[in-house]
Design a protein around this ligand. Sequence first.
Ligand code: NDP
Length: 342
Amino acid sequence: MNQQVATTGWGLMGASTIARQYMVDAIRAQSGHTVQAVMSSQQARAEQFAHDLGIPRAYSSLDALLADPDVHAVYISTTNELHRDQVLAAAAAGKHVLCEKPLALSTEDALIMVRACQQAGVVMATNHHLRNAATHRKMRELIRQGAIGQLLFARVFHAVYLPPHLQGWRLDKPQAGGGVILDITVHDIDTLRFTLDSELVEVVGMSQSAAMAKQGLEDGAMAVLRFANGVLAQVHDAFTVKHAGTGVEYHGEAGSLIGRNVMTQQPVGEVILRNAEGEQVIAIDHQSLYARGVAAFCEAMLGRGAPAATALDGVKSLAGALAVLDACKTGSRQSVLPLTIE
Ligand code: NDP
């Protein structure tokens, strides 16, 4: 990409809900960045999306989007089975890539994508939004400062209700990477890796298929994860639970951090520190999770720092989620092998 261009143009791959609800605004929040084009598998959907959001161009072909000289970066939010080939095509066209999670359906494919971007000299990042939340960043900071002493346990409460407008491929398309583990557990794993500053090493788990998911997909899961620093983390994820509320807890020898309503797309939630002195509500300076993530990506495109969640972070969260899936399917403990990009 020509670093001298005054405006950085983005192309959206996927006329998706996440692009419509969050990402177009997050891109437009960056000075000098515009959304130039959107691509859908259906030209009419692309045009409708472009019309609704005031995007200049609409395409139904990957080649056409990538041939657009005003597109310097792409945001990929198609269904999960499409991410791999779309990232490879974007890298080959010299476009920077912000890709949705899960990056792919296998760790091997995700590694291929990361290497292709590296070889093409383009930035690739994973759109894990939660590590951009002021709540999670504050908890990470407090843990690093020793506010709760030696960390022992974490618990993630991420059982939610999949809204009716999203009750599609997540519930009935295994080939598209449906199921709650690739959708939600993958976010938990990224958030825990970020906050604990440690790698996932092994997992056990059980999943549930209640009323919603079909075709062998799971719509609920509970898993226990062991991290390299010895911390045990429990995660509870679901598409089927309307009133549980979300949260995360970190428990150390000297205190506990309680994050309420923090496993969410909104810049909301509260953090409480509980220790021998009682309970203290921690001040949080909320900001858009997605705009913060895109801002870091834009800096990385200019050679200034790393994205909030790198491509390798996305490979690692995927590897962890796939280990949880395997643990649930086989009933056995699964190791998560260390991953690096040569
Ligand atoms: P959607 O189901 O809204 O969109 C996925 C694809 O489905 C679109 O690319 C589109 O295909 C097609 N589609 C969407 N709506 C319609 C419709 N009304 N009629 C026909 N086709 C439709 O998925 P999400 O936006 O929820 O998720 C997309 C990706 O983003 C996934 O990888 C998901 O895991 C990720 N995601 C990440 C989040 C985060 O916070 N990081 C949050 C939510 C999702 P086409 O483009 O061909 O028109």
